[in-house]
Design a protein around this ligand. Structure first.
Ligand SMILES: [Fe+2]
Length: 272
């Protein structure tokens, strides 16, 4: 809750007439300079894909963003060379954490044949890297969540465990019926976009319903190699896509040292 100040500020010491003191516990209050606690400022991250340098750069950026909470839409593992480290960090820092198709693949819940050759090789490698405790954590994750007046899904709120891609207006229109909030955040395609129920693209108004793809932290595919994440203010309904440069060469080097396919390194430098 975005009450300016913190819990410590909600306690004040009051002098009594007889020289004594007592602590008065204050309820969150409203004034012209204080946000009444109705606003949540959300940082939404997705598709980290084992890219620890990208995740660390994004988390550092979020620290300066004023975000109250961080929600993660899944695919924390897969493709990248630091899957276990990324799961550990997401567990530490995120509130809502969803299961993505690569997380599901690592657990063999989604058949490996459903992945392309690069994805399959990376999942088989990652299965040996992710600690048992972190695998158990991934197993228990939900496919969707509704919190802070928003819906969250990895791929689509419609049949979320079938990993539908929202790549067309028609696919988006079908998905609006699957959630009741004004806004649903998704990832999965690694391409940031805002789709309105009215058919608008990347034109968000203060009213209306939207599906917002926050892009990918660890493997952007919109020809911009910088890590991507979203910031959303639940009161003003302002959304901002944030891009964060990170040490791409470090991740590329680690992919090569892990023996993962060269294409997985090369694509990071191009944002494809
Ligand atoms: Fe992904």
């Amino acid at each position: 809750m975005s009450v300016i100040g913190n819990a410590r500020n909600a306690i004040r010491t009051v002098k009594m007439g007889n020289g004594g003191r007592f602590k008065e516990y204050l309820l969150p209050f409203c004034s012209e300079v204080v946000n009444c606690g109705l606003t949540m400022r959300l940082a939404i991250i997705s598709d980290i894909h084992g890219n620890l340098p990208a995740l660390e750069a994004v988390l550092k950026n979020i620290e300066t963003s004023g975000a109250d909470v961080i929600h993660c839409l899944g695919d924390t593992v897969g493709y990248g060379p630091y899957p276990d480290e990324c799961v550990t960090l997401v567990r530490e820092r995120c509130t809502v954490i969803l299961k993505g198709n690569h997380d599901s693949g690592l657990l063999l819940e989604t058949p490996l044949e459903d992945f392309n050759m690069y994805g399959m090789k990376a999942i088989l490698w990652s299965r040996k890297e992710v600690a048992a405790g972190n695998q158990a954590f991934l197993r228990d994750l939900p496919f969707t969540a509704a919190q802070d007046e928003c819906t969250f899904a990895h791929a689509s709120p419609l049949q979320p465990d079938s990993w539908r891609y929202i790549l067309t207006l028609r696919a988006a229109q079908e998905s609006f019926s699957a959630f009741t909030t004004d806004v649903c955040f998704i990832g999965h395609t690694h391409v940031p976009v805002i789709i309105g129920e009215d058919g608008s693209i990347n034109r968000m108004k203060s009213k209306g319903r939207y599906i917002i793809n926050v892009g990918s932290v660890g493997q952007p595919r919109d020809h911009n190699p910088d890590a991507a994440y979203g910031l959303y203010d639940t009161e003003s309904r302002m959304y901002q896509l944030v891009r964060v440069p990170y040490d791409i060469q470090k991740t590329m080097q680690a992919i090569r040292e892990a023996g993962l396919p060269e294409f997985l390194a090369h694509r990071l430098s191009l944002g494809i």
